[in-house]
Design a protein around this ligand. Structure first.
Ligand SMILES: Nc1ncnc2c1ncn2[C@@H]1O[C@H](COP(=O)(O)OP(=O)(O)OP(=O)(O)O)[C@@H](O)[C@H]1O
Ligand SMILES: [Mg+2]
Ligand SMILES: [Zn+2]
Length: 392
């Protein structure tokens, strides 16, 4: 049994953290210039590095060569606090979800009085801090305000608003953020290379999208894809199926048929969505995302579009450029608006399939005055296309 990717790649030093420089840079500066506070609050979405950073901060503070912004990695404290180390006596992690009561807080208060067993500081990491009860927080108030010289507190939480205000105001608060697609894509790309896994073009952008900006979720998905692949190669078909996205080829069909006002082909594609057991709502979401990509492609040079739509393979970019041209910019934005409205209407709709088909019908009706000249630069090759008719 191999350990999960996100555990094997848990950063051990601030320099290895991605996309949280608003936190790591000031912390590293404070460590270098010996201006470390006695209490910190790390907040932000799940899986973005709060617990990891709390451990790194503890490692920096207690390194025998420290306090330092880059732990030496070889002293006993650094070894114990490394990702596969056994943990240190002087760094106490408390899971407030199960130990957030007033008795736990009193117990912590008593432990804090004693000097560290070996290292510079006794560091308390209070994880899931929003779960500390009000009386638990009140019991901690005094010691968090004026802890003994040798004590540091690090609170980590997804819900900083639930941390008692009087505690919060005694800490330095650092907000973590979701990781943007660019750095995340680069990170998973590097990681696949390190793992020796070959990933088909177009798969990593899907993984990044599905991970929603959380490194942990993204790595978990990648892990699952790798685990389910033959011979260290992740292929596109399996990834799309597992992640539940619409296959690029199906999206191409729908988009082409809408651009050509080919009703028959559009409804046939919608039928394929339903027959393959895909959620119509997810399909409409993917279609909207594709239309947005087409708007970007239609409005920018190929290089600029490639930079915005990171990770899209070149052949797909070429196909999208053709699609964008055959719609024209004005028509693209009209269609995107219709699809967007349909998506909103689909929430809780009793028949999503029906909503999907009605949406196609609306899109297929030409805009009023559509035959009028398209604005300059909209680049529709043949100004007037036959309004609707079966090409196949
Ligand atoms: N900024 C980051 N850079 C690199 N890897 C990261 C980053 N953030 C998270 N990870 C990865 O995600 C895993 C989980 O991170 P961590 O436990 O620190 O998240 P968290 O913010 O504490 O989440 P939760 O709110 O669920 O407790 C780490 O083991 C690491 O692999
Ligand atoms: Mg955590
Ligand atoms: Zn060290």
């Amino acid at each position: 049994m191999v350990t999960a990717l996100y555990r094997r790649y848990r950063p051990d030093a601030f320099a290895d953290m991605i996309a949280q420089s608003q936190v790591t840079e000031p912390l590293m500066t404070a460590l270098r210039t010996d201006r470390v506070n006695h209490a910190y609050l790390f907040s932000g979405p799940r899986g973005c590095g709060k617990t990891t950073s709390a451990r790194i901060l503890a490692r920096c503070l207690n390194c025998a060569e420290g306090p330092t912004d880059t732990p030496c990695g070889t002293c006993p404290s650094c070894v114990e606090l490394a990702r596969d180390g056994g943990g240190s006596l002087d760094v106490v992690e408390i899971d407030a979800a199960s130990h957030g009561g007033v008795d736990d807080a009193r117990d912590l208060r008593e432990r804090a009085i004693f000097a560290p067993a070996r290292d510079r500081y006794k560091i308390f990491i209070i994880d899931e801090a929003h779960m500390v009860t009000p009386s638990g927080f009140n019991a901690l108030l005094k010691i968090v305000e004026e802890p003994p010289e040798h004590v540091k507190f690090i609170f980590a939480t997804t819900e900083p608003d639930k941390v008692l205000g009087t505690i919060r105001s005694r800490t330095h608060h650092y907000p973590f953020r979701l990781v943007p697609p660019g750095p995340m894509l680069e990170y998973v790309g590097k990681l696949c290379a390190e793992e020796g896994v070959a990933v088909a073009p177009g798969v990593l952008p899907l993984v990044v999208r599905a991970g929603g900006g959380s490194p942990r979720d993204t790595l978990s998905l990648l892990d699952q894809l790798i685990a389910g692949s033959e011979g260290d190669a992740v292929d596109y078909e399996r990834a799309v199926a597992l992640l539940g996205y619409t296959h690029g080829a199906l999206l191409d069909d729908v988009v082409d048929s809408l651009a050509a006002r080919d009703a028959q082909a559009a409804f046939a594609a919608a039928d394929r969505v339903v027959q393959t057991g895909q959620d119509p709502r997810r399909f409409v979401e993917d279609l909207l995302e594709r239309l947005r990509d087409l708007i970007v492609v239609g409005a920018s040079s190929p290089q600029a579009a490639a930079a915005v739509l990171r990770g899209v393979p070149d052949d797909e970019l070429d196909r999208m450029a053709v699609q964008a041209r055959s719609f024209g910019n004005a028509e693209l934005s009209r269609v995107a608006d219709l699809v967007n409205t349909a998506l909103a209407d689909m929430t809780g709709a009793s028949s999503p399939r029906l909503q999907l088909e009605l949406m196609l019908a609306r899109v297929l009706v030409p805009a009023p005055g559509a035959e009028a000249p398209v604005p300059v630069g909209a680049g529709r090759p043949e100004a007037a296309r036959p309004a609707a008719e079966p090409a196949r």
